[in-house]
Design a protein. Structure first.
Ligand code: S6P
Ligand code: ZN
Length: 186
């Protein structure tokens, strides 16, 4: 019997290929509650693609001890002065950490603790990021090309989007002459 088998999945041109990949797309119309510049958002075509995620979920959602893997690709663009970005979330089980790995393009990992203190880390091909437990996380594309990164997170972490959808992050990442800057959201 041959005990050497093919892998379940592989990276193909920065995307995940193989069986059991779940794909999610987020378009402008899905993201009305996260961008600061609402008037600019209203004027954009609703079907413009902002980001897509391919996830490999080899165990059932909620499995203690299991791991999930995802590739997120954020397209270049801005809503007003704010860069295209993900919804952002806390994990539903707050004490679940996550690892991000920059793959292509340039971006920013925006982090916020439960006291609403917000900061950010630059992301680029090869950058590695440990997102501690109890930290909300969101990513933004700060370049002119597709920005992609890999993520690995516990299968029982879950996602709490409501807290961010209602209160946002305390700072927004905007383009200024010198590049991306985090400013207070007033
Ligand atoms: C999951 C992980 C990522 C995000 C993805 C999209 O825990 O953090 O795979 O799901 O980057 O972001 P969001 O905030 O729309 O889920
Ligand atoms: Zn997460």
């Amino acid at each position: 019997m041959n005990e050497i088998v093919a892998p379940a999945l592989r990276f193909e041109q920065q995307a995940l290929a193989g069986t059991g990949i779940v794909k999610t797309e987020r378009r402008i119309r899905d993201l009305g509650d996260i961008y600061f510049y609402r008037d600019a958002w209203k004027q954009m075509p609703g079907d413009e693609l902002v980001y897509e995620v391919e996830s490999y979920l080899p165990v059932a959602d909620g499995t203690e001890g299991g791991l999930f893997l995802g590739i997120t690709r954020i397209h270049p663009g801005k809503v007003g002065r704010e860069y295209f970005m993900t919804k952002g979330h806390f994990h539903k089980i707050r004490n679940r950490a996550e690892i991000y790995m920059g793959m292509e393009g340039e971006g920013m990992l925006i982090l916020m603790d439960e006291h609403r203190h917000t900061w950010a880390e630059k992301m680029f091909p090869g950058s590695l990021h440990y997102i501690h437990a109890n930290i909300a996380h969101r990513t933004a594309n700060t370049g002119n090309t597709v920005f992609s990164f890999g993520a690995v997170w516990p299968a029982d972490a879950g996602h709490d989007y409501a807290t961010i959808s209602e209160g946002g992050f305390s700072k927004i990442l905007v383009e200024q002459q010198q590049g991306p800057v985090l400013i207070d959201r007033i």
